[in-house]
Design a protein. Sequence first.
Length: 84
Amino acid sequence: MAEKGFKIELLNRPGGELEAAVAKVQAAGREAISIEADIAVEEEVKQAVQTVMDQWGRLDVLVILVSQTCNRASQTAWWQHHHY
């Protein structure tokens, strides 16, 4: 996506490591930031979205990769509750 000109925000749960991925995107001459947030905590998700809005003024694409420890019912409930 960075190669297509997208600005990239990488979000991971606290304690996750994203700096290498951010550095790779930036080395390609693109913009990237990393944010720690737990998608199960509504305020952390809101803050992550607000960070993108403050940084770039808009959010065009949202891709969420959830670990196998999150079951399908939890994912469905999360999406039904959040409308970003």
